[in-house]
Design a protein around this ligand. Structure first.
Ligand SMILES: Nc1ncnc2c1ncn2[C@@H]1O[C@H](COP(=O)(O)OP(=O)(O)OP(=O)(O)O)[C@@H](O)[C@H]1O
Ligand SMILES: O=P(O)(O)OC[C@H]1O[C@H](OP(=O)(O)OP(=O)(O)O)[C@H](O)[C@@H]1O
Length: 224
């Protein structure tokens, strides 16, 4: 009688809770992954979910934690904005597919009044409120400007209003949040979309399965 080989453990796909999920679920369904019904229940306290694919489980975590789970091998697959990937910048993460969702940009913004007689080419030191300290420091260092960052996890727009600094680095999509808080975009740092990411070790140890999902998500993204 042939001996039964144990099936490999499921691949874990880490997804960001929040706004990207709304665009991501239809894309995942087109890739053939249907989450179990409780995944859609915002009040569920569970963190790990099964799917219609026996070899795939889902975790729903904060957007920066997607990168941490994939970098440390807790999840083999994930979806993260390239804002997160640029900030986290981890060698274990490979980001082969642009999913074309979560489209926005990361920009420098400042008070409208300040912009009227401000000259960015004269800056030598700037104080910036942001969730993206690494991106901010790299952006300014590239032209010899030292950036001192005040780390906030949200509501960055308040910092200039409350006199903590003159400028912020944050995500901009429609521009409504900046406008509502008297700020204007003065520099564009990078365009942002979400990417399908994989752990490089998993890619080496389970190449057929991992590349299979990379190709499946690439097809779905290209068709969208
Ligand atoms: N206004 C926006 N338009 C389009 N995409 C956005 C916008 N804001 C954020 N994103 C994308 O969605 C991702 C998650 O943002 P979201 O605002 O849902 O999470 P958060 O509340 O900032 O972070 P956390 O998950 O840590 O609480 C970002 O990393 C970015 O790639
Ligand atoms: O240009 P807009 O279309 O106004 O979008 C930009 C806003 O969207 C994101 O905030 P989000 O709504 O995710 O809230 P948070 O970052 O404060 O959690 C971002 O941090 C901006 O505040």
């Amino acid at each position: 009688m042939p001996s039964e080989r144990p099936s490999p453990p499921p691949l874990v796909l880490a997804l960001p809770k929040g706004r990207i999920l709304r665009e991501l679920v239809p894309l995942m369904q087109r890739a053939g992954i249907e989450p179990e019904p409780e995944f859609h229940d915002e009040h569920s306290r569970r963190l790990l979910f099964s799917t219609s694919v026996p070899g795939i489980e889902l975790v729903r975590v904060r957007s920066f934690d997607v990168a941490t789970f994939v970098a440390h091998g807790g999840a083999q697959l994930g979806v993260a904005g390239n804002d997160v990937l640029m900030e986290f910048d981890h060698p274990e993460i490979y980001a082969p597919v642009d999913l074309g969702i979560g489209r926005c940009r990361i920009s420098v913004a400042e008070r409208k009044e300040l912009m009227e007689d401000d000259d960015p080419s004269r800056w030598s030191h700037v104080r910036i409120a942001t969730k993206y300290s690494q991106i901010t420091r790299r952006h300014f260092a590239a032209r010899g400007v030292q950036a001192e960052c005040i780390k906030l996890n949200g509501a960055m727009e308040l910092a200039p209003i409350l006199g903590m600094c003159r400028r912020i680095v944050d995500l901009v999509s429609t521009g409504a949040t900046l406008a509502a808080n008297g700020l204007v975009e003065v520099e564009h740092i990078a365009d942002v979309t979400s990417r399908f990411i994989v752990n490089r070790t998993a890619l080496k140890t389970r190449p057929r399965e991992v590349m299979g999902w990379v190709e499946r998500f690439r097809e779905v993204a290209d068709a969208a």
